[in-house]
Design a protein around this ligand. Structure first.
Ligand SMILES: [Zn+2]
Length: 134
């Protein structure tokens, strides 16, 4: 994580919540907060906070090692189709790789991003975990 604490604070909505943009004209839903619809260009848009649930539609497992990253390996990065419609990229965590598969239902949770900051700061953000069936 290379953000200063002030930049991380300014971007906190992007680290702690998932937003989608719903177009009031064409009705389509796009990821992130947008000022206008990426499909039709309309500025008649509404920002909606996602519930954070979705389906894993693909993923990859990374063993790429950087200084201080050994404790987090392997990392699983997935494409998650949110219940609201858009597909976003997210890290999948707290999962047994043998039990992970395409189609797994996942939910966003708060997890540690990094604690290697030279000032001792610990950064948190959203990752996805498999939904536990009850
Ligand atoms: Zn539109």
């Amino acid at each position: 994580m290379k953000h200063s604490i002030s930049i991380f604070w300014r971007l906190k909505d992007n680290h702690y919540k998932i937003y989608v943009t719903k177009c009031g004209d064409c009705g389509r839903v796009a990821p992130l907060k947008r000022l206008k619809c990426p499909y039709c260009g309309s500025r008649n848009v509404e920002h909606i906070e996602s519930r954070g649930f979705g389906e894993l539609i693909n993923y990859t497992v990374s063993y790429y090692r950087t200084e201080g990253s050994e404790q987090y390996l392997p990392r699983v990065v997935g494409l998650v189709k949110l219940d609201e419609g858009p597909v976003i990229i997210g890290e999948i965590t707290d999962v047994d790789l043998n039990e992970l598969s395409i189609g797994t239902r996942v939910e966003a949770v708060l997890r540690k991003y990094s604690s290697e900051d030279p000032n001792g700061l610990i950064y948190y953000g959203l990752k996805f975990i498999p939904v536990i069936k009850k």
